[in-house]
Write a protein that binds this ligand. Structure first.
Ligand code: NIG
Ligand code: FE
Length: 402
């Protein structure tokens, strides 16, 4: 099956084969081609070039006339919690009245509230509710996503979540990766230490479904020592870490993450220069989640400082019911520009190639590269990357090609 897209006004996000992430000054660049065509063959990007130089032999079964629209890689969202039950609208009102995320959690709300709801929800219903969010994300241009467990908080319900994620993986055209986040909060009825041991004991079973392991290593949740023990169990089961660190306090999560070769350390709303030094030269992708800074009213991460120090950076949505109830990656990109002073191209690289890297798929997604999976967005005529972040609410998407 061959699909030709012609009359592309701007083909954006062209990256040479073998480039798996961008760091420092590289983040300010991406390949573009004006007035272009692109050929998809059997779901992969087969070739592309300038309209004037299209080879005669480009055969095809289907043609899309882009009519001057932009074609770019679909967004990659490397950090979400979209498998959950119900909603936390009541806590939204508490938040408006002035309670902080920590205060809501301390009253038994927050993650434990979602865990109680999930416990009462059947696997089938959980799948249906979650699929509605997956469809919403795809409709907004997300072509690859990571999804975490972490609202089960006992072995049975954590495995229920992981089975739902596995089923989503099978049912959608987007690329899905799965993360075991048993250590999201201490489950009801356990002491802290009992629960850490339970998370560890469940890891081999969880690894049947999960690609990665995560720990909420932060003040009031899990310590760097708990995290190290859990990551040891993950490593024994073949799970590479992705860590929640430095959302509520400078937690030690960056250090323990890098020590265990984490694929990413995420949140980083609070960091010191020491964390930049730790990340330098590592294979770990620093990932910031501006949607949670926006929603919780906490600081935005020091994205400028990270990139200016030569580090790579990914941005993701953190879509979840408590700290970021949106999976709109275009809004994430706009927040990166407006609130973190990234240039539109830096923010674009952060929500495509680098976010793909942060879930281990930048060899197959995240850029316009021959051989990669054709997860593509086609915009209305006249759009470019700057306009995408600037006119951040104007309708722009014509077609999501997954
Ligand atoms: O990434 N920080 C921990 N976990 C989520 C919030 C989960 C929730 O409140 O339901 C986050 O912000
Ligand atoms: Fe998160």
């Amino acid at each position: 099956m061959k699909m030709l897209i012609e009359n592309i006004g701007l083909l954006a996000g062209i990256v040479p084969e073998g480039v798996l992430r961008k760091e420092g000054v590289e983040m300010a660049e991406t390949g573009t081609l004006e007035n272009a065509w692109l050929l998809v063959e059997d779901g992969r990007i087969a070739d592309f070039g300038e309209m004037g130089k299209m080879p005669d032999q480009v055969g095809h079964d289907e043609v899309i006339d882009a009519e001057g629209g932009m074609v770019m890689p679909a967004f990659c969202d490397s950090h979400t919690h979209i498998v959950y039950a119900g909603s936390r609208e009541g806590e939204f009102l508490d938040k408006i009245r002035g309670l902080s995320y920590e205060e809501i959690a301390a009253r038994g709300g927050g993650i434990l509230n979602s865990s109680d709801l999930l416990h009462r929800t059947s696997e089938e219903d959980l799948y249906a509710q979650s699929m509605a969010r997956v469809r919403e994300m795809m409709a907004h241009g997300t072509g690859a996503m990571e999804i975490k467990s972490g609202y089960g908080l006992n072995p049975e319900d954590e495995l229920k979540m992981l089975r739902v994620i596995a089923r989503i993986k099978e049912s959608v055209p987007a690329i899905v990766r799965s993360t075991y986040l048993g250590a999201h909060a201490v489950g009801r009825g356990y002491s802290h230490d009992e629960y850490v041991q339970t998370v560890i004991d469940t890891t081999p079973e969880a690894a049947r479904y999960a690609d990665f392991i995560d720990v909420f290593c932060d003040e009031g949740f899990f310590t760097p020592e708990d995290t190290a023990r859990i990551l040891e169990a993950g490593a024994a089961a073949g799970l590479r870490p992705k860590i929640h660190a430095n959302e509520l306090a400078v937690s030690g999560g960056v250090e323990v993450g890098v020590r265990y070769d984490a694929l990413s350390v995420d949140h980083l709303e609070r960091t010191t220069p020491a964390q930049i030094d730790v990340l330098k030269g590592s294979a770990t992708m620093p990932t910031m989640l501006p949607g949670s800074s926006f929603f919780l009213g906490i600081p935005f991460g020091n994205a400028r400082g990270f990139i200016d120090a030569g580090l790579p950076l990914a941005l993701a949505s953190d879509y979840n019911p408590g700290s970021s109830p949106s999976g709109d990656m275009r809004f994430v990109m706009a927040l990166g520009c407006i609130r973190m002073r990234l240039t539109p191209v830096e923010a674009f690289n952060a929500v495509t190639l680098n976010s793909a890297y942060a879930m281990g798929i930048s060899d197959i997604a995240g850029s316009i590269t021959r051989g990669k999976q054709a997860k593509l967005l086609l915009t209305e005529p006249g759009w470019n990357l700057t306009r995408l972040a600037y006119h951040y609410r104007t309708p722009w998407l014509r077609q999501v090609i997954l």
